[in-house]
Structure formats: C-alpha cells, structure tokens
Design a binder for this molecule. Structure first.
Ligand code: HEC
Length: 322
C-alpha cells in the first residue's frame, strides 16, 4: 500500500506553483531568524539493505555483539558515513542493485529552534547530481524526513532510523515477493527472526496499549518538487507506517541556487495523541533521511542516531528560543 499515491501529486503548472508557494509562505508561523543559530552538518549515507536484523547479526556485521552489549551505532561509526555510503552505493556490499551515478552520501545542515510554541527544524542541502536510475517515485523529486522519538523506543535511542528498518520491508533482503511491509517496530510483533517480524502482529489490543504508552516513532516529512510548495506529511510507526490524515507539522521552503532549504515545524506539545510532547529536560532521538532523485524505499540516504533537547541539555541539537 503506497499511501503517497493517494495524495496531491505536486504537479502544478508554473503560475499555480508560484501561487501555492506564496500562500504557504503567508500562512506560515512567524519566521525564525536562523542567522544566530549554529547549524550542524549531518552526513546522510546510502545504507542499501543494512537492516536492523543485519546489524544485530555478528556473522553479517562485526559490530553486532558490541551493539547488543550497549555500544550505539554512532559510537563506532561517527565520521565513517561517507566511506560506508560510497562502499554500499557502489554495490561492493549490501546493495544488489546499485544505481549508476548515485552518490554515497549527502551532507545536510541542520538547525533547530523554538518560539515557545513550535519546534522548528531547518534542513539545508545541495541537490545531488541526478543518477542514471529510473524515477521510482514519479510524483516527487525529493523527500526529506525526520524521525523522532522521546526515549520510549530504545532502538531509536540506540540506532535512530534502524529501529524501524527491518529485513522484510519492501525492497529489503528478506522481503517476500510482492510484500508491502513498511517500517515497523520489533515490539509490534510476537516474534522477530533474522528475516524480520513478518506478519507476526501482536493482537490489536496490545498494539493499542503500546500506542497509548507512546511506544512509536514519529516521522515528519516534506515532499518536494522545484517551484512548488512542499507537501507536509507526518505520522507514526508502530505496527506499520501510519500517515496522519491531517498533518500536525508544517513544511516550508524550496530550492534556490541548487540548494534546498526546508523547515519542518510543529507545536511543541498538544499536537495530538499520535505526537510526542516536546518538553525541556528530556532528550529526544532524531534521525534524518533524504530520498533525492525520485527515490523510493531503501534508495535513500540516512543518518545515524542524533539527539535533540529543548532549551538546554547535552545533545547534538539544543533548540533554544528565538
Ligand atoms: C562496536 C562497533 C560497532 C557498532 C556499535 C556498530 N558497528 Fe557497524 N560496523 C562495525 C565494523 C567493525 C564494521 C566493518 C566490518 C563489518 O561489516 O563487519 C561495520 C560495518 C557496518 C556497515 C557496512 C559498511 C562497511 O564499511 O562495511 C554498516 C552499514 C554498519 N556497520 C551499520 C551499523 C549500524 C546501523 C549500527 C547500529 C545498529 C552499527 N553499525 C553498529 C562496527 C560497529
């Protein structure tokens, strides 16, 4: 089930695109002055079929044992993202169908801030060169995504996006032919094997309880086409990827001079039951993903786990009031 297919395609004639862009800008929350905010370069890399189960299997990944013992992905791999991405994108490892011309990594500048009401995450990156691959998602040139957790999902704390990336998801190594499994959390399954958790869903009442307890990862996404307003999409991941009918997030921005600048924002708290309250004193886990070049599914670039705090704290990103 590809939910993105049901929504606006983003294809608009030029004048409407400009109109939509202006409307989006005028409807937006007060703009943050980003000049005084220090950014951080986050290296997103091509992961191929490196799933959660792959990472946990010593015979496949020599970091598995140490990871199980408590060392997080980034503790071993910080600064290696570019090399890892180049190796996998070239098809030397973990990618049976390399795409010619696909870059191994993309560096994204990330800034965060809040205004007492909303959290803002600004992402800026240089558009990578087009690969020679087919347009997997014909509707959108790019999609930029942030995954967010508040500590309820330990895998997200330990490994960011890997907490939701399983070996049997669409396009992954153990996916059954025709399988449409999206991202999910191991805790939504009664049993998870090297090949993933398959359809071993917990009963609906148990899944609902997990949801009430906040055991889910949130995603914030902007779907992008040059000259058109970004399309905001958000949702949560538990037993599958659930898209909210009406997103709580806003997405603004566009491309200028070969660089994308996109700001995702939403209310700090009270955004709704399927959103985490973002409060000072807590450490959040965030991960970033970019599907550039009309990519879908695993053909994206992703980051290792990062941390976010509000006002103060020891985190990669400390969003202060602007
Ligand atoms: C204790 C250190 C350690 C930890 C923790 C660790 N890794 Fe690794 N990882 C390695 C080593 C060493 C290699 C290279 C050889 C191999 O693949 O076994 C590697 C290889 C990889 C590769 C393949 C790229 C390459 O250069 O071979 C990926 C992708 C990867 N790790 C992802 C992860 C993810 C995701 C996590 C967290 C879930 C993680 N690693 C945790 C040590 C670690």
């Amino acid at each position: 089930m590809n939910m993105s297919r049901h929504v606006l395609t983003g294809k608009m004639p030029g004048q409407w695109a400009v109109f939509a862009f202006l409307c989006a800008a005028s409807a937006a929350a007060p703009a943050v002055d980003w000049n005084g905010v220090e950014g951080r370069q986050v290296m997103l890399f091509f992961p191929g079929q490196a799933s959660w189960e792959w990472a946990l299997t010593q015979a496949d990944h020599s970091g598995a044992k140490k990871f199980r013992e408590g060392k997080n992905c980034r503790e071993c791999h910080a600064e290696e993202e570019k090399d890892i991405g180049d190796k996998i994108a070239s098809g030397k490892k973990l990618e049976p169908n390399p795409v010619a011309g696909k870059p191994g990594s993309v560096s994204v500048n990330v800034k965060t801030a809040h205004d007492g009401e909303r959290l803002y995450v600004r992402l800026q990156w240089q558009e990578p060169a087009r690969s020679q691959g087919a347009k997997m998602d014909p509707d959108f040139e790019s999609k930029i995504t942030m995954m967010l957790d508040d500590g309820s999902v330990s895998e997200a704390v330990r490994s960011g996006c890997w907490g939701a990336c399983h070996d049997d998801a669409v396009g992954m190594a153990s996916a059954a032919a025709g399988s449409e499994l999206t991202k999910y959390l191991a805790r939504s399954r009664t049993k998870v094997a090297r090949s993933g958790g398959g359809e071993n869903y917990k009963p609906a009442a148990e899944l609902d309880q997990l949801l009430q307890q906040g055991v889910f990862m949130e995603f914030w996404q902007a779907k992008l086409n040059k000259g058109a307003a970004p399309l905001a999409v958000d949702g949560y991941i538990l037993d599958q990827r659930h898209k909210n009918e009406t997103p709580a997030i806003q997405a603004e921005g566009g491309m200028e001079g070969g660089a994308w600048t996109v700001t995702l924002s939403r209310k700090l708290s009270g955004a709704g039951p399927r959103h985490k309250d973002i409060v000072p004193g807590k450490t959040y886990s965030v991960g970033f993903a970019l599907h550039s070049d009309h990519a879908e599914h695993r053909f994206h670039h992703i980051s290792f786990e990062h941390t976010l705090a509000v006002d103060q704290g020891k985190a990669d990103f400390v969003a202060v009031k602007k």
